[in-house]
Design a protein around this ligand. Sequence first.
Ligand SMILES: Nc1ncnc2c1ncn2[C@@H]1O[C@H](COP(=O)(O)OP(=O)(O)OP(=O)(O)O)[C@@H](O)[C@H]1O
Ligand SMILES: [Mg+2]
Length: 356
Amino acid sequence: MTAAPEAQPVLAVEGLKVAFGAHEAVKGLSFSIRAGETLALVGESGSGKSATALAILRLIEREGGRIAGGRILLGTGADQIDLTALSDDALTDIRGDRVSMVFQEPMTSLNPVMTVGAQLAEVFIRHRGMSARAALEEARAGLDAVRIPDSQRRLGQYPHELSGGLRQRVMIAMALACRPDLLIADEPTTALDVTTQAEILDLIRSLQNEIGMGLLFITHDMGVVSEIADRVLVLRHGQAIEEAATAELFRAPQAAYSRALMEATPRLGSGSLTTPASATPVLTVRDLSTRFPVRKGFLRRLQGELHAVRNVSLTLNEGETLGLVGESGCGKSTLARSILRLVGRPRAGWIWPDGS
Ligand SMILES: Nc1ncnc2c1ncn2[C@@H]1O[C@H](COP(=O)(O)OP(=O)(O)OP(=O)(O)O)[C@@H](O)[C@H]1O
Ligand SMILES: [Mg+2]
């Protein structure tokens, strides 16, 4: 979504400095985001993208860092507040309400021992003062909004029972529950397959259109940048190297570093992995099937079984790299965990660790 030029800034960062001990990770960074606008923050690993994001939400202290200078202004005019000057209580009110964040790995931010419904409802109870019943109803609507099928059933599930793509949708539902002025997304699609990634980007874009929030989108993927951003800020060693409208940056990147970043997109066949000629199997899997019990209701009664892996066979030879691909939820991780016997017992088939 492109913001109208006269739209108000929802965020203005001025001369932000972030330090971890004596190491300055962000060295005087300034930028602003208007309502409805998407600014992409790009740069190599360690350039200070996450440190910037965590500083805005004042979560950087929890990571052992601190804000060493600058201002972080939320809103405009009489409503404007400097997040660097707020008390912990005031920050708790703002996080998840006016400013929200979506991380790369939702498992780290979702509570593993709470059902999806309970943790989503908690947002409405805390920030909107809703009753438990109303909050749970709102939670179901939230899951519908992020297009999670069968939302009523999902409310009763735990995060580990969902695929990565579904978990990311739950995170987005939580982040957008209170229709924030600003959403910060730190590599939200990096862990997902391309199909799911495209769906999630689409979803973020359409919800942004609806809510009109500003979006700070962190990514190292220039393809994603071209999909989602109005403007791009290129960061290196904690400093802004270049800032430009997305089309402008792609047409004529000014800094040599920005050009290098755009050329770093990997191409098929450019890898250096070679497969040795060995044909000695180290792993043989034949007709492997793994099922999970499906439980429902208060008493968690067994309702049936979910076939997560069905009749998979593969051979892995010495020194060989086997790529396992497929969209989110298709059973890749379950297959790997079944081979290591970390989940249940495979219900059928056999595994030979050395192929003998
Ligand atoms: N908890 C921490 N303690 C000490 N130093 C840290 C910590 N987190 C980050 N840093 C340092 O701060 C700098 C910026 O790190 P940051 O995580 O912001 O990078 P990034 O741009 O998000 O990288 P990536 O693309 O890998 O996520 C790096 O030099 C990093 O080593
Ligand atoms: Mg990061």
